[in-house]
Write a protein that binds this ligand. Structure first.
Ligand code: ADP
Ligand code: MG
Length: 731
């Protein structure tokens, strides 16, 4: 029996073990988090109040208060079975990191050990984390990085079969205060957008103390059986298939999207949700996605910082729980060519401290005006800095997906929907209707069509779409940490809110009618920014041409897209809002280029190994078989007594020639690839990654084309790798 048949048999026998899941959800939701109600019960009122003030941006709690919270946290964690703690942080690689320390310390008086945890250990950690990429920051400053507790995200317990660990969400900074992680910039950007929004609302005559960004993250993924996965070096090492012919049927019939979920997958989903609920992650939606074996989870939106932490935890849970079910959860952006890849949609909005959504059109003229002002600020932000947002979606993995006619194109644009576009058009032209109609809202200077939330008005091809009460940014890849994207959205919107505020103030000079001045200012802003608005099909070729005319960037290559981060305009922008310093930006840019280079490097080495050690040996065997068949046929055709159909020998020759040509071109392209890699070695990093995109990656595609041609014609039993139709359908 071939390796692949054995795998099919193994999959046939998979049975899901019954996992006990408590019910109802409310009885165990958040049990593994040291949340506010728990802390409130366990510390004094004064300490709790001090903590809350700190959480809302006030002074840091003092040492005694920190000790009190640490003692409570330890007591809670130990009572739930935790034996160790860890600062949990997000280094610039995009993954999460933890370094565990046990709670035990030597009891000098009584001898033996006791469980202990102090305020200073809670607040500050000093992991020996010098191997994390710092993009040069720590080489020039200090070798060590420090972790510091982020009080806005609750501590939580992670559990495996043999133990539990208390995790403390933390930022990661250098000795001199540079952000070495993704969390600190997000917190800084939230402060920036909060300040700008409070100031803007003040101009509109509204007093609000605090505003924060909210985020709801839709997470797409694939599941494959572990047995197939273990037989594919490319899936294991590169996260995606580097060769593989399409399945004769994949997503053409659209019979997977929102279809009934297979039992094995549903068991997995129940298990993931239960683990997420214990950690207070509000997962609500789960469904089938477009490609076979592709699915999605989406939690209810939360404050961005918490939503980002929860998304990272959810990704960990999804991967770990899958293994319990003999499945592997693939978070790569494009695990399979030819079918949809996986994205991560970031739904973004702003809320005030009472929880009111600023992008909710509202019912009163005041609410409507706030809504329109914020909306126009977002449009202006996208017009001014969409290149930086595009850069947040740039990675080697997502490069395979963006612009592939299923994901947003590399051209950034904003979709508002028909109704809102009309309103925006009226504000721009200053032609606000007079007269009284039911469907209009009176803004004091005339009537604007009343905006009703319309969720049917959808454009799935837009990278940045207004969807009723929030914007949905759709370009991020499924494996990415959302923090950088949210950091950018917050910062560019903060900047535009400042501009819009200034413009309104100018219009207001010497006038008393706020509404008229606001609409006039917004009209001017819309006029300047409208090139970014697009309602049509973002996948069409016409749009690419039109976008070029409008001067919108269309950057396909990751290294090129990433340049937006270090352009002088970006440096000034981030510096103005104290989100990233020039050094921090340069460090990130450097790390991302480095990661791109390493990722493509791994893909190339994996592809070469698979081709040399699995595919070519099988192809040579088949070539030998065909050659002997051909010789027999030639001998027989020389035999005058056998009546062979005309062209039969030629036809068999064709088979041999085609096969031999594919083998030849695979070998030739491998040699070329090797030579190019040698050439790339002598280049400096930015030149090398550009060369990877322009010269190396297309070569990998050549190899793939010939390998896939072999897969389509070689005997099934001789093919050494699991096929698409197996990985995508057998579960
Ligand atoms: P979709 O609009 O994509 O069909 P939903 O309306 O269910 O789906 O919303 C998708 C995500 O958007 C969910 O995670 C949801 O919680 C989130 N969301 C809804 N309102 C907001 C908001 N005000 N801010 C941020 N995210 C939001
Ligand atoms: Mg969505």
């Amino acid at each position: 029996m071939s390796g692949r048949s054995k795998v099919t048999q193994a999959i046939d026998s998979v049975v899901c073990e019954k996992i006990e899941i408590p019910s109802p959800v409310s009885s165990y939701y958040g049990v593994n988090t040291f949340n506010e109600p728990t802390m409130r019960k366990m510390v004094s009122e004064a300490t709790f109040k001090a903590f809350k003030r700190w959480q809302e941006g006030g002074a840091v709690i003092d040492a005694a208060q920190a000790d009190e919270i640490a003692a409570a946290m330890k007591e809670w964690a130990v009572s739930r079975g935790a034996t160790a703690y860890s600062h949990w942080f997000q280094p610039m690689t995009g993954l999460t990191a933890e370094k565990h320390d046990s709670f035990i310390c030597i009891d000098k008086e009584a001898g033996g050990v006791i469980e202990a945890f102090t305020g200073s250990k809670l607040i500050l950690g000093e992991p020996d984390a010098s191997s994390f990429p710092s993009g040069g920051i720590r080489a020039t400053f200090e070798a060590r990085g420090y972790t510091a507790w982020d009080p806005s995200s609750p501590a939580f317990i992670t559990e495996v079969a043999l133990g539990k660990t208390l995790c403390i969400p933390s930022i990661f900074v250098s000795y001199t205060g540079e952000a070495l992680d993704k969390k600190l910039p997000l917190l800084r950007s939230d402060a920036a957008v909060s300040k700008a929004a409070v100031d803007l609302l003040k101009v509109l005559g509204q007093k609000v103390d605090n505003i924060y960004s909210t985020c709801g993250i839709e997470q797409e993924f694939f599941l494959v059986d572990k047995a197939w996965y273990n037989k594919r070096a490319d899936l294991m090492l590169a996260g995606c298939t580097l060769v593989g012919a399409p399945s004769p049927k994949d997503q053409q019939l659209e019979d997977q999207y929102f279809g009934s979920i297979k039992e094995r997958v549903l068991n997995y989903m129940h298990d993931v949700c239960a683990e997420a609920f214990k950690l207070g992650i509000p997962v609500t939606t789960r469904h089938n996605e477009v490609a076979p074996n592709q699915y999605e989870f989406a939690p209810i939106f939360e404050r961005s910082n918490l939503a980002a932490d929860h998304n990272l935890l959810l990704m960990d849970i999804m991967k770990e729980v899958a293994l319990r079910h003999n499945l592997v959860c693939l978070l790569h952006e494009k695990p399979f060519a030819g079918v949809n890849g996986s994205g991560k949609h970031v739904n973004w909005s702003l809320a005030d401290d009472k929880g009111n959504n600023l992008l909710n059109p509202g019912d009163t003229p005041e609410e409507n005006l706030i809504f329109l002002t914020i909306l126009v600020s977002v449009v202006h932000a996208m017009f001014s800095h969409s290149d930086i947002l595009r850069a947040t979606a740039a990675s080697a993995g997502n490069e395979r997906r963006i612009g592939a006619s299923e994901a947003p194109p590399a051209i950034m644009s904003v979709y508002l929907g028909e109704q809102l576009s009309k309103i925006i058009g009226m504000i721009e032209s200053g032609k606000i209707e007079k007269g009284k109609k039911q469907d209009f809202v009176d803004l004091g200077v005339g009537l604007l069509p009343k905006f009703t939330r319309d969720t049917t008005d959808r454009n799935r091809t837009s990278p940045f779409a207004f969807t009723g009460t929030k914007f949905e940014y759709r370009a991020l890849g499924s494996s990415m940490n959302v923090s950088t994207a949210v950091t950018v959205i917050n910062t560019i919107v903060a900047d535009s809110m400042m501009t819009v505020g200034e413009r309104i103030k100018k219009e207001l000079k010497g006038k008393t009618d706020i509404t008229a001045a606001v609409l006039k200012a917004l009209g001017g802003i819309i006029k300047e920014s409208k090139a970014i608005l697009f309602e049509g099909n973002n996948y069409s070729d016409d749009w690419a041409k039109e976008a070029q005319k409008r001067g919108l960037p269309n950057t396909q290559s990751t290294p090129d897209a990433l340049k937006a981060f270090i352009a002088p305009r970006a440096v000034e922008l981030f510096d103005r809002h104290k989100v990233f310093s020039k050094i921090e930006l340069a460090a990130r840019h450097n790390i991302w280029l480095d990661k791109y280079e390493k990722t493509v490097g791994i893909e190339i080495r994996t592809l070469s190994e698979m081709v040399n050690t699995q595919i070519l040996p099988s192809a040579y065997d088949y070539q030998t078989d065909i050659a002997s068949g051909l010789m027999v046929l030639r001998d027989l055709s020389d035999d005058m007594t056998i009546d062979m159909v005309e062209g039969a020998l030629e036809d068999r020759k064709d088979v041999f020639e085609k096969l031999t040509a594919d083998i030849f071109y695979i070998r030739k392209n491998l040699k070329d690839l090797d030579a190019r890699m040698k050439k790339a070695c002598g280049m400096e990093l930015s030149e090398r990654v550009a060369f990877f995109f322009s010269d190396i990656k297309p070569h990998m595609d050549h190899i793939r084309r010939h390998v896939d041609a072999l897969e389509r014609t070689m005997p099934d039993e001789m093919w050494p790798l699991p096929k698409y139709r197996e990985m995508l359908f057998i579960l």
